[in-house]
Design a protein around this ligand. Sequence first.
Ligand SMILES: CC(=O)N[C@H]1[C@@H](OP(=O)(O)OP(=O)(O)OC[C@H]2O[C@@H](n3ccc(=O)[nH]c3=O)[C@H](O)[C@@H]2O)O[C@H](CO)[C@@H](O)[C@@H]1O
Ligand SMILES: C=C(OP(=O)(O)O)C(=O)O
Length: 449
Amino acid sequence: MNVSSSSAAPTHLNASESALKIWGGTPLSGHVRVSGAKNSALVIMAGTLLCPEPCRLSNVPSLVDVARMGQMLSALGVRVERNGDVLDIDASHLHSATAPYEVVSKLRASFFAIGPLLARYGSAQIPMPGGCAIGTRPVDLHVRGLQQLGAHVRIEHGIVYASLAGRNCRLKGARIYLDYPSVGATETLLMAATLAEGETIIENAAQEPEVIDLANFCRSMGARIRGAGTKEIAIVGTPRLHGTEYAIVPDRIEAGTLLIAGAIARSEISLSPVVPEHLSPVIAKLQEVGPQVVRDAEDCLRVLPAELHATDIETLPYPGFPTDMQAQFTALLALAEGDSVVTETVFENRMGHVAELARMGADMRVRGRHALIRGVPTLTGAPVMATDLRASAALVLAGLAAKDVTIVQGLHHLDRGYEHLDGKLRKLGARMERMAMAADEVVAAVPAS
Ligand SMILES: CC(=O)N[C@H]1[C@@H](OP(=O)(O)OP(=O)(O)OC[C@H]2O[C@@H](n3ccc(=O)[nH]c3=O)[C@H](O)[C@@H]2O)O[C@H](CO)[C@@H](O)[C@@H]1O
Ligand SMILES: C=C(OP(=O)(O)O)C(=O)O
């Protein structure tokens, strides 16, 4: 059994830097590089558990979440080594199929290890990832799907125990209909099915680009998968997969966040690499609000400055408008002339940024699943608290446009999922710096430039 410590931790993060001070109103310009997709990297890291040979992943973003996933793999006995944006992962030997609670409780994606662990080793014990700031996020669809593939699954004392009937048993292919096109459940079942006996069909599957990326990664290890990116995915199981080298797709959510940075700062900026098709719903809505998005090259987008006008958005599974862009878009609509309605249908509690944006002078309130917004001409800087990952990005975006100083607290959310967002925005001309804040300073008003 082989264990080695993970060196996947991001290098730019400093635990003492707990708040971001932003001097708003500075125009942005120039070009910015988009990192690899967090949600692809995390699930593909889990996917390496399927493989008894070393895998090399490139374009892996440097994020707290990626470091945590590395810690979880290390705790199972996997060797994880980071060199720049490359992760070398060797899951040839495991000494445990039990994921540690300390990591799983902080990282939703670590639960996705259940499928590959079960398929390759015949058992997995993973703590329930639990609820979080954006909703209850149960795992019933993962569990039911694994049961349909022949696994015994029970939940006891907050731990999901999954196992196969006999020592040399494999999962058995099945036709699985998902009540909801859950991204995580689709990914769990897709991974599990790659090593099952026979064919698995996942109906009403999630169509997100990260599901396609995972399927491409599995295919590069020899898996037989058709239909990823459509509502029906077919997987023909194989007894063994082989090692591979794979590059993570660009992060469409980071790219969308940067497009909104340009739009909210009424500036022209360009970004690459991106897969423009992955951003279709975001670009369509942005253009409806005003700023036009030009394709400079196959993988490069430029956003042009424009007046902002109200619009309505509703989050939906892909190819609908992504819930992971809702908070950032809400920040933009705070400054769009007229009345907008933002409807969140994917998660039941993803409006934490609304009250914080209101502190900055936004005229918006939450009514059930909706944020009702009346655009204001200006926001004013204020101390604000991030409630979750995308809320933190929304507050940084609002700070770019606000008069005077905004102090965004709760940066651990931001660092979970954005590779050095503040550094990238600074490179575009934004004025912001990290500052240490003692507990008793949190939410103290500091509105002076
Ligand atoms: C690490 C990762 O990839 N995270 C993404 C993934 O999360 P995640 O995979 O958790 O999101 P899901 O698509 O599974 O969740 C969507 C909805 O389905 C519900 N649900 C899900 C599973 C289940 O077993 N039962 C159930 O009821 C959830 O509570 C939620 O209301 O997709 C979300 C939707 O695009 C994104 O916002 C997250 O950024
Ligand atoms: C909700 C998100 O991530 P996670 O599923 O890891 O919580 C997100 O990326 O916006």
